[in-house]
Design a protein. Structure first.
Lengths: 382, 368, 513
C-alpha cells in the first residue's frame, strides 16, 4: 500500500541525519557559520574582540523580532508590509513617553508592544473580515502608519538625551557575555517557535496556509487565527521599535523604512514558503541573522558594503529557486517510484498513478492574490 | 476542409425553425460606462480638480498642472505595464529598483565610459530589458511566485546600482537632454515634453491590453490561467513579455528621472514601486487579477497627483498626504467587499421569511 | 428498527437561479449501510454537503439523532458526529499524515502541548485497524489518492462519528483497496454506526449495502431494501426513461484516419498508448476514474507534455506540449472540468466563444468586442445557448448552458477532430440529449470524435468503437456491435498485462459502418 513511504519509522538514525542535512535551517546555519569563520579569518576582531562579539549578536536582534512575526503571518498565507511603519511609530512612541511622562521603562516598552498589537489588529480585522488580500491592506496601512508617525513627530527627533540612561544601557548591556536585546529576541523566538510547533492553535496557522479550503472544511477558526498572526506581527514590530530606540539611542524619521522587505526576505531565505503552510521561525531567525551578518562582513572581506543589498537580493532569489528545484526533483522521484511500484507487481497494480504536479498548494501555480482567498471568513466564523 | 459550420445542417432534426439572436449587451451603453469602477475613479478625479480649483489657493496657477504632470510622469509610465502584470495576477515590486539601476547605468555609461548620451540611453534601456527578462524568466518559466521573486530582485537590482556607484552620483549630462526633460510641449501651456512619449506608450498599452488577442489572454490568465492554457494562450510567454515590457518602461523612466533631476544615483525612485501599485489598485485593477482598465488606472495616478498637489499647496505635509493615500487605497479595495456584504445582509433579511435555515451566499467552491 | 440517525425530508437548495436540489429525502438507521445512487447532477453531492455543513438548505426537514439541526459550518456538523469522506480528499499537503488526521484535536500532554508520540501511535493504531502501512510522520504531499482516502477514513474513524458519509470513495481505488475499505465499513456498521455510501458501481452497492435510496434530477425517487431490487430496476429509476432514447446515435460513414496516436507514454501516468480515430467516427475512451483517460487526451492536445510517442493529424505530426499547434492542426478539446478548464467563468459569453478564434478576428492586430460579438453570435445560436445577451458572464449560467458555450467555442475553430472529455457531466437531462444529438450530427458531417466518459450507457450508446483504459494502458478495443457493459467493465477493472500487449495496437480497421 505505502510503497512510496520513505521510511516506516522516521526515528531511525539514518533518516534523522538525512532529514537534518536536508533541513533548510541547518543549511542556513552552515552558511552563517562559514561566513563568520571566513570573516574572522580575515579579521580576528570580527568575532574575538568584545565589541565584535557583542555586535555580532546584538545587531540582528531587531530583524529577528520582525522576521518571527512576519513568519507567523506568512505561514497563514498572508504578508505584513506594514511592520516597518509600525516599528517607526512605536519607536517614536517610546521616546515620546520618556519625554512626556515618567513611566518606568517596563511600562514604556509594554506600551510600545501594545501599540504595535493594536496596529496589527487593525491589519488583521481588515484582512480577515474585509476579504481583501493582505498585500494590499498592509500596503495601505504602511502608508497610513508611516504618515501618522511622521505627522505626529513633525520635525521632532528623539535624541539620546531624551531617554533615560538605564533604557539606553539596555541597548548595550550584556548578561554573561550575551547582549540583553539578543536575549529578548531569543526568548521571543523560542516562545513563538514553541507555540507554532506544539500548540493546537499554532498548528492551525500551518493548516490554514497549507490549504485554506481544507481548513474551511475542517471547521478551523480561520479569521481568528489570521487576526492572531497579525496581532503577533504588530506586537513584535512594536517591541522591535522599543529595541531600536534602545539600541540606537535616537529615533529618526527614516527608522524602519524598507525593513519590511528585509523581514520577508529573511523568512524566505530561512525556508518559509511565501504561499504559506511551511517553514519555521527558527529558519526565519537564522535568515535574519545571515542578512545582518552579511551586511557587517562584506567590508571586512574587502567588498564595498554598497554591495550588501545586491547580495541580499541574490540570496532571496537563490533560495526560492533552490526550493523549486528541490521540489521538482522530489516530485519526479515520487512519480517514478509509483511507476516502479505499479509495474513490479504481477497482479493488479496496487496504486493509482496520480499527477504529483497537481498537488494543491504548489506555489508556482498561484498568483499573489490567489482567487481562493486565504482569508475567506465566510461560514467558519459566523 | 471544414466539416462543421455554424449554419445548422439541413437534415438535422434540431434545425431551429427560427434562428436564435442575441443582444450584444445586457445593459445600455450609458449604464455600462457610468456604473463602472473606472468611471467612479474618473468622477472622483474631476471632483478633486474642481474642488481644488475653487478651494485651494494657487491650484489654478500656471505652474501647478505643469508640476503635476512632471511629477506624476514616472508613476504614469510605470503604471502602464504594471496594470497588465497585475491583471494577469502577478506583481512586480522591482520596478523602482530597475529605475534606480538604469539611472546609474545611464550616468556611468555616459560620464565614466564616455559614450554618447544616445548610446548610453539605449544601453540603459537594454539594462532595464535584461532586468525584466530576469524576473520574467524566473516567474514565467521557472514558475516562482512573482511576489517573492520581485522582493528579491527589488534588493538585487537596487543593490547592483548601489554597488556600482555607492553614494556617489553622476551629474554631467548634455544640456539639450536635461532641458528637454523639463521643457513644455508648447511654451506657456502646462504640458511637459515627457507627455509625448507617455501618450504614445499609453496608446500602445491601451491597444495591447484592451484591443488585441494578446490582451484578451492577459485577462484570461488573471481570471483562470488553467482555462487560458486549455484555450491555447501561451501563459508563460505572455507573462514573460509583460515583465520585459515592465523592465523596458522602467529603463525609460530611469533615464527620464535622471534628466529631470540632473542626477544619476542609486537611490533614485526608492519606494516608487509602492506608489505605482497603490495607484493601479486605486484605479480599479483587482489584485486577484482578471479585472481592470487602463483609463481607470491613469485616473487613479492623476487623482493621487491632484490630491498631493492640492494638499501641498494647502500647507499639508507629505505625511498627511500619505495617510490620505493609504486610506483611499484601503477604502477602494474594501469597497467591493463592503458592497457585497451589504448586499448579503439585504438578501438575508429578505430571504429569512422563506425558510428555516436559509443562506443566500452562493456555495463556496470547495470541492468538485 | 431503532430510531433513525439521519432524517432528511424534502430538502431543497438552489445556487442563484440553478436548482441543485429540489426535494431530497434520506433516512438512515444505525447499523446500516445505506446506498445513495443517482446520475451525475441528481443532487447527491448537494444533499451530502448540506449534512456536512458546507451548504445550508433553503428549506426542508433535517434531523440528526432525533433532533432538528441546521449546520452553519463544517465544524458544527463534525461536533454533532458527522464524518464525511469526499471523493477528492481535502488534506493539508504540508502537514504530516498524523496531523491531517488529528488537526484541531491533537492529543495533548503536559502544559497543553501536543503529544506527538501519542498522536503517531494513535495514527498507527488506526492504520493497523485499516490494515495499511503508512508513515504517520510523512507529509501528505505526494500521497496517492488511495492513501489520501485512507487518511480521510482514519480521520472519520478517530472522530468516533455516529454517521459516516462516503462520497464515491472507491472511484480511484483498486480491487484490493476496495476490499479493505469494505471490511472497515462493515466493522463500523457492526459497531452500530450509520453509513451512507455513494457509488456508481452497482456490484459494490449490492455487495456492501443493505438499503438504497435513488435520486433523480434533484428529487427523491425511492428507498428500498437491496434484497428486494435488481440492477435493472435501479437503473430504470435513476434514468427514469428508456436508455435508448437518450443516445440517438445515427450511423455515419467512416472515412480516413484523422488522429493517429502511437506509443504515447508519460512516466507515472500512461504507457504505450496507440490508437486511431477516423473521420465520422466516435471513439469512446472508457475506464475507471484515475485510469488516466483524461491525461492521455491532455497529452494529445498538448496541454501536458509526454515522454515518448507521437501524435499525427492527417499524417502531419503535431508537436508536443503546444496547444496552439494542436489547434492549428485541427484538434478541438472540450475538457473534463468545465469551470476550471473549459471556460473563463468571469468572462462574457462572447469572449468565451471567440476565445480560440479571436486571433483571426483582429484587423491590423486590433481586436474589438464588436468583432467578437459578431463571430460568437452564430455559434451561440447554433448551440442554442440560452442567454439574454452576449456580455453575460458565463458564471451566471447553468452547467448545461456553460457546456454549450464550451462546445461552441471549439466548433468555432472548425476542427477536424473533437476530443470531448465527459461531455454531459453535471448537466440537465434535456441538454444532455441535445449534446448527444449534436455529437451524432457532427460525426455524420465527417468530424472525428474522441469521447471520454465515465457513464457507461453514454459510451455504449454513442461510440462506434470503445477503447478501454486501465492503469494507463489500453486494455481493449471493442467495436460497437460487440460492446457490452460486462466486457467494458471487465477490461476497465481487471487488466491482464498479457492481454494488454495484444490489444493495445489497434488493428487499424475502422468500426463496422
Amino acid at each position: 500500500m505505502s510503497a512510496a513511504t520513505p521510511s516506516r519509522d522516521g526515528s531511525s538514525l539514518g533518516a534523522a541525519v538525512g532529514a537534518l542535512l536536508k533541513s533548510r535551517e541547518v543549511a542556513v546555519a552552515v552558511v552563517l557559520v562559514l561566513l563568520i569563520a571566513a570573516t574572522t579569518l580575515k579579521s580576528d576582531a570580527f568575532l574575538f574582540s568584545s565589541t565584535g562579539w557583542r555586535d555580532l549578536l546584538l545587531t540582528p536582534s531587531m530583524l529577528v523580532l520582525l522576521a518571527v512575526g512576519q513568519t507567523a503571518v506568512i505561514i497563514t498565507r498572508n504578508v505584513d508590509l506594514s511592520v516597518g511603519s509600525t516599528l517607526g511609530l512605536t519607536a517614536y512612541l517610546t521616546g515620546r513617553l520618556f519625554i512626556d511622562t515618567s513611566l518606568p521603562i517596563i511600562l514604556v516598552v509594554l506600551a510600545a508592544v501594545l501599540m504595535g498589537a493594536v496596529l496589527g489588529l487593525v491589519n488583521g480585522v481588515l484582512v480577515a473580515w474585509g476579504r481583501v488580500p493582505a498585500l494590499v491592506i498592509t500596503l495601505g496601512t504602511m502608508y497610513i502608519y508611516r504618515g501618522a508617525f511622521l505627522t505626529w513627530a513633525g520635525s521632532d527627533r528623539i535624541n539620546a538625551g531624551d531617554m533615560p540612561r538605564a533604557f539606553r544601557d539596555l541597548g548595550t548591556d550584556s548578561i554573561l557575555g550575551i547582549p540583553v536585546l539578543t536575549i529578548v529576541a531569543v526568548v521571543v523566538l523560542a516562545a513563538v517557535g514553541y507555540y507554532l510547533h506544539t500548540a493546537r492553535g499554532g498548528r492551525e496557522f500551518y493548516a490554514i496556509g497549507s490549504d485554506p479550503d481544507a481548513a474551511h472544511l475542517y471547521g478551523l477558526r480561520i479569521s481568528r487565527r489570521i487576526m492572531a498572526a497579525f496581532v503577533l506581527s504588530g506586537a513584535l514590530a512594536g517591541l522591535a521599535g522599543a529595541v531600536s530606540a534602545a539600541r540606537f539611542g535616537t529615533v529618526s524619521s527614516s527608522v524602519g523604512t524598507g525593513i519590511e522587505f528585509e523581514a520577508v526576505g529573511a523568512a524566505v531565505i530561512g525556508g518559509v514558503a511565501i504561499f504559506g503552510g511551511s517553514g519555521t521561525v527558527w529558519g526565519a531567525a537564522l535568515g535574519a541573522f545571515l542578512l545582518v551578518t552579511i551586511n557587517r562582513s562584506l567590508p571586512v572581506l574587502g567588498i564595498s558594503d554598497f554591495w550588501q543589498q545586491a547580495v541580499v537580493g541574490a540570496l532571496i532569489v537563490g533560495a526560492i529557486t533552490l526550493d523549486r528545484v528541490l521540489v521538482r526533483r522530489q516530485e519526479k522521484k515520487l512519480v517514478a517510484a509509483r511507476d516502479d511500484a505499479g509495474s513490479s507487481h504481477a497482479g493488479p497494480p496496487t496504486r493509482e498513478p496520480v499527477v504529483a504536479t497537481t498537488a494543491p498548494g504548489s506555489p508556482g501555480a498561484s498568483a499573489p492574490g490567489d482567487t481562493s482567498s486565504p482569508t475567506d471568513p465566510q461560514e467558519g466564523t459566523r | 476542409m471544414s466539416t462543421v459550420s455554424p449554419e445548422a445542417t439541413p437534415g438535422s432534426p434540431e434545425t431551429p425553425s427560427v434562428e436564435r439572436t442575441y443582444a450584444a449587451y445586457s445593459r445600455p451603453f450609458w449604464q455600462r460606462v457610468v456604473l463602472s469602477r473606472e468611471f467612479a475613479v474618473i468622477a472622483l478625479l474631476v471632483a478633486a480638480i474642481v474642488f481644488s480649483r475653487s478651494q485651494v489657493e494657487y491650484f489654478d496657477g500656471p505652474q501647478t498642472m505643469y508640476y503635476l504632470f512632471r511629477d506624476s510622469a514616472s508613476v504614469l509610465l510605470l503604471a502602464l505595464p504594471m496594470t497588465a502584470i497585475i491583471i494577469t495576477g502577478e506583481i512586480d515590486l522591482s520596478v523602482a529598483s530597475i529605475v534606480g539601476l538604469t539611472s546609474v547605468s545611464f550616468g556611468m555609461l555616459h560620464d565614466d565610459v564616455g559614450l554618447s548620451a544616445t548610446i548610453a540611453a539605449l544601453l540603459a534601456i537594454g539594462v532595464g530589458v535584461v532586468c525584466g527578462a530576469f524576473n520574467g524568466f524566473l516567474i514565467a518559466y521557472v514558475g516562482l511566485p512573482s511576489i517573492a521573486v520581485t522582493i528579491g530582485t527589488l534588493a538585487l537590482f537596487r543593490g547592483i546600482g548601489a554597488g556600482l556607484l555607492g553614494t556617489e552620483s553622476r551629474t554631467d549630462f548634455p544640456e539639450g537632454w536635461t532641458d528637454w526633460a523639463k521643457d513644455r510641449i508648447v511654451e506657456g501651456q502646462p504640458y511637459p515634453m515627457v507627455l509625448i512619449p507617455f501618450v504614445v506608450l499609453a496608446i500602445a498599452f491601451a491597444l495591447l491590453i484592451h484591443f488585441s488577442s494578446f490582451g484578451r489572454g492577459i485577462f484570461e490568465i488573471g481570471q483562470n490561467d488553467e482555462a487560458a492554457h486549455f484555450t491555447g494562450v501561451d501563459v508563460a510567454r505572455t507573462k514573460a513579455i509583460l515583465f520585459v515590457l515592465s523592465g523596458a518602461v522602467a529603463g525609460f523612466v530611469g533615464i527620464y528621472l535622471t534628466l529631470v533631476s540632473g542626477v544619476a544615483r542609486a537611490e533614485n525612485a526608492t519606494g516608487l514601486e509602492l506608489s505605482v501599485i497603490a495607484a493601479v489598485l486605486l484605479g480599479g485593477v483587482s489584485i486577484f487579477g482578471g479585472r481592470g482598465a487602463l483609463h481607470g488606472v491613469l485616473a487613479g495616478v492623476l487623482l493621487i497627483g491632484v490630491i498631493q498637489r492640492a494638499m501641498l499647496l494647502n500647507g499639508q505635509t507629505i505625511n498627511v498626504i500619505n495617510i490620505v493615500i493609504g486610506v483611499l487605497l484601503v477604502l477602494s479595495v474594501m469597497s467591493t467587499s463592503l458592497l457585497a456584504a451589504s448586499r448579503r445582509v439585504l438578501a438575508a433579511s429578505r430571504g429569512a421569511r422563506s425558510s428555516g435555515g436559509p443562506s443566500r451566499s452562493a456555495g463556496k467552491r470547495l470541492l468538485s | 428498527m431503532t430510531d433513525a440517525t439521519l432524517v432528511l425530508k424534502d430538502v431543497a437548495k438552489s445556487f442563484g437561479s440553478v436548482v441543485a436540489l429540489r426535494s431530497g429525502s434520506l433516512t438512515v438507521h444505525p447499523g446500516s449501510i445505506h446506498a445513495l445512487v443517482g446520475e451525475n447532477g441528481a443532487g447527491k453531492s448537494t444533499l451530502i454537503k448540506i449534512v456536512a455543513g458546507v451548504h445550508r438548505r433553503d428549506s426542508g426537514v433535517f434531523e440528526l439523532k432525533g433532533e432538528a439541526v441546521d449546520f452553519g459550518s463544517t465544524a458544527e456538523s463534525k461536533a454533532a458526529g458527522v464524518a464525511v469522506i469526499y471523493q477528492e480528499p481535502t488534506l493539508f499537503p504540508d502537514l504530516s499524515v498524523a496531523e491531517n488526521i488529528f488537526m484541531g484535536r491533537q492529543p495533548l500532554g503536559a502544559g497543553r502541548r501536543i503529544d506527538r508520540h501519542r498522536m503517531y501511535a494513535e495514527s498507527r493504531a488506526l492504520f493497523d485497524r485499516l490494515g495499511v502501512e503508512l508513515d504517520p510522520r510523512r507529509p501528505a504531499r505526494g500521497l496517492s489518492i488511495a492513501d489520501q482516502q485512507i487518511i480521510e477514513i482514519a480521520k472519520a474513524i478517530s472522530l468516533d462519528a455516529a454517521l459516516l458519509i462516503m462520497d464515491e470513495p472507491t472511484a480511484a481505488l483498486s480491487g484490493v483497496e476496495v476490499d479493505r475499505l469494505f471490511a472497515v465499513a462493515r466493522s463500523l456498521r457492526d459497531e452500530g454506526r450509520a453509513i451512507v455510501f455513494i457509488s456508481h458501481r452497482f456490484e459494490e452497492v449490492f455487495d456492501l449495502c443493505d438499503t438504497v435510496t435513488v435520486m433523480r434530477d434533484g428529487d427523491y425517487v425511492s428507498t428500498k431494501r437491496l434484497a428486494d431490487t435488481t440492477v435493472d430496476s435501479l437503473v430504470a429509476e435513476m434514468v427514469g426513461r428508456e436508455v435508448a432514447e437518450l443516445f440517438p446515435k445515427t450511423e455515419a460513414e467512416i472515412g480516413e484516419v484523422v488522429l493517429d496516436v502511437r506509443d504515447l507514454s508519460s512516466v507515472g501516468q500512461f504507457h504505450d498508448v496507440s490508437f486511431q480515430v477516423r473521420a465520422g467516427e466516435i471513439v469512446g475512451l472508457a475506464g475507471l476514474v484515475g485510469a488516466c483517460r483524461s491525461e492521455i487526451a491532455r497529452a494529445v492536445f498538448g496541454v501536458d507534455g509526454y515522454d515518448a510517442g507521437s501524435v499525427t493529424v492527417h499524417g502531419r505530426p503535431v508537436p508536443p506540449r503546444n496547444p496552439r499547434a494542436a489547434i492549428r492542426a485541427g484538434i478541438a478539446f472540450v475538457p473534463e472540468d468545465r469551470r476550471k478548464q473549459g471556460l473563463v467563468t468571469e468572462g462574457s459569453v462572447a469572449r468565451n466563444v471567440a476565445a480560440v478564434i479571436r486571433t483571426g478576428l483582429a484587423k491590423a492586430g486590433l481586436l474589438t468586442s464588436r468583432a467578437e460579438n459578431r463571430a460568437a453570435a452564430p455559434w451561440a445560436a447554433r448551440l442554442e445557448v440560452k442567454t439574454s445577451a452576449l456580455d453575460m458572464h458565463a458564471a451566471t449560467m447553468s452547467g448545461g448552458n456553460q457546456q454549450k458555450v464550451v462546445i461552441a467555442k471549439w466548433l468555432a475553430t472548425e476542427p477536424e477532430l473533437l476530443i470531448i472529455d465527459e461531455p454531459t457531466r453535471g448537466i440537465d437531462v434535456g441538454t444532455k440529449s441535445e449534446v448527444h444529438r449534436l455529437l451524432s450530427d457532427l460525426a455524420g458531417q465527417g468530424l472525428a470524435i474522441l469521447m471520454i466518459s465515465s457513464e457507461l450507457p453514454e459510451v455504449l450508446g454513442m461510440a462506434d468503437r470503445v477503447l478501454v483504459v486501465h492503469e494507463g494502458r489500453i486494455t481493449a478495443d471493442i467495436a460497437r456491435a460487440d460492446a457490452t457493459p460486462e466486457n467494458v467493465m471487465r477490461a476497465a477493472t481487471n487488466a491482464d498485462p498479457e492481454h494488454a500487449e495484444h490489444t493495445e495496437h489497434t488493428d487499424h480497421e475502422g468500426a463496422p459502418a
